[in-house]
Write a protein that binds this ligand. Structure first.
Ligand code: FAD
Length: 424
């Protein structure tokens, strides 16, 4: 029996730049209302940063649930067209009639791929795994991650030895690998454009006083998401990267670069919750470890306060007021110099593993779009009624997932509104 599908309420089309949780939500919501929707995603898979997380705060459920719900809606939604490995190279026009030139890079693997893995062993080349921030490697032919959408392998063009090797082609019994694929371009005509390009972690190497990059046991909060992940570089074991030992003391450094005129002047509003969540990762993996969180203040607004209260009650977790001014290696140990933000004392704190709670920077700051969008002083995008360019999710400001999804729903409505009555 065929499922009865709801009739479209509106007509028109929308192009969404970025296929993270926000971009997917915009496209699905708009398509379910009747619009044709194109998602233009630069990486080989949808999902964005959410696919790198181990658990979601505050419920501590795995992100696969939220992603899978969206993937299921995508699979049954014929009006959403997903373009991975793609980028907008030119945009012209106005609301109701945008012409968008899109460049599609080759995946070298077609839709006959069953993700069976047979191509992996024969491949002779390894590459750094960007999904794990370079803390692991994959072969040149790889599945981006377990939750990748589409569930299809991809070849890293820079790493692959090309037709002279072809070992993966010989190993694939489905004829899914095509090394002759080339970059193509197409022009799409759409009624609305939504920018959902999300965020990037602030570059911790700029925090020279905190010695990131100088000592392996100083990691960032996003690296911790990967360490704690059963699919991550240590299969979920939390260890000191320098020698693989279990840390006895883990220190979280809040506002690492945030609320600091020299780095990110704003609060991302996420890092306190992320560190509290990651304290629960450490407790689960290493029940005897001591966890210290140093913060100017803890920001867990609204109902998130309950999560803070729960973590604070844990006798192995200590949340202390203090700004970490420096980290050095002294006699093989990490020494943090912590300033008391009320008095003028400085205390020395020693740690086996340090996690820098770095903030969120808009992706368009380091990776600008090929067209102008309005931006605030921190380079977050602003929806502009005059040009009709709509900004959603973390491209607009740092958000958690549920706020990103709510914002996506608003952006889908704007996409409908900005072409209402123009379709005839
Ligand atoms: C340490 C840490 C832990 C977190 N944990 C949680 C949590 O537990 N719970 C929670 O609610 N939130 C959490 N967050 C926040 C969460 O990551 C964001 O809410 C979420 O990623 C926002 O999704 P997005 O789609 O707006 O952006 P992104 O996830 O950044 O997705 C943007 C997408 O756009 C693509 N893109 C970028 N530029 C282009 C371009 N030019 N062309 C095409 N595609 C492009 C990217 O490849 C990406 O796929 C955490 C954040 C941090 C820093």
């Amino acid at each position: 029996m065929s499922e009865k599908r709801p009739q479209p309420i509106v007509q028109g089309s929308v192009l969404v730049v970025g296929g993270g949780i926000t971009g997917m939500s915009v496209a699905i919501e708009a398509a379910e209302a009747g619009l044709e929707a194109h998602i233009i995603e630069s990486s080989p898979t949808l999902g964005g940063r959410v696919s790198q997380l181990t658990k979601y705060f505050p419920k501590l459920c795995p992100p696969i649930c939220g992603l899978e719900i969206n993937y299921r809606r995508l699979r049954v939604q014929e009006r959403v067209h997903v373009h991975t490995l793609s980028r907008v190279t030119k945009l012209q026009g106005s609301p109701g009639d945008f012409q968008v030139t899109v460049e599609h890079r080759p995946r070298f693997v077609n839709d006959r791929c069953t993700a069976c893995n047979a191509c992996v062993d024969p491949c002779p080349v390894r590459r750094n795994n960007d999904h794990d921030f370079g803390m692991s490697s994959t072969k040149a032919i790889y599945l981006p991650h377990a939750m990748a959408y589409p569930q299809r392998f991809v070849i890293d063009e820079q790493a692959c030895q090309g037709v002279s090797c072809s070992k993966c082609v010989e190993a694939c019994s489905f004829g899914a690998i095509d090394l002759s694929q080339k970059t193509t371009t197409e022009t799409l005509r759409v009624g609305a454009v939504v920018v959902a390009t999300g965020w990037q972690p602030y570059d911790a190497t700029r925090l020279t006083n905190l010695s990131f990059g100088k000592h392996d046991d100083i990691i960032t909060n996003m690296m911790m998401e990967r360490y704690a992940n059963p699919q991550g570089p240590t299969k979920g074991k939390i260890v000191c990267p320098s020698d693989g030992r279990e840390p006895e003391t883990v220190v979280f450094v809040q506002c690492a670069g945030s609320r600091d005129e020299n780095h990110l002047p704003y609060c991302s509003g996420i890092c306190c919750m992320a560190s509290l969540k990651q304290a629960t990762y450490v407790r689960a993996a290493l029940p005897n470890a001591k966890i210290r969180i140093f913060a100017i203040d803890i920001r867990t607004p609204g109902r998130l306060e309950d999560f803070y209260t729960k973590v604070r009650e844990d006798p192995n977790v200590s949340i202390e007021r203090g700004k970490v001014a420096r980290i050095d290696e002294i006699d093989g140990q990490l020494r943090l110099q912590v300033e008391d933000t009320l008095g003028d004392k400085i205390q020395d704190v020693y740690a086996d593993l340090v996690v820098l709670a770095t903030g969120m920077e808009p992706s368009i700051r380091r990776d600008p779009l090929p067209f102008d969008i309005r931006q605030d002083e921190d380079h977050f995008g602003i929806t502009d009624v005059a040009t009709g360019l709509i900004v959603a999710g973390c491209a607009k400001r740092p958000f958690g997932v549920s706020d990103s999804v709510q914002d996506a729903t608003g952006a889908a409505l704007r996409a409908i509104q900005c072409q209402a009555g123009r379709s005839e």
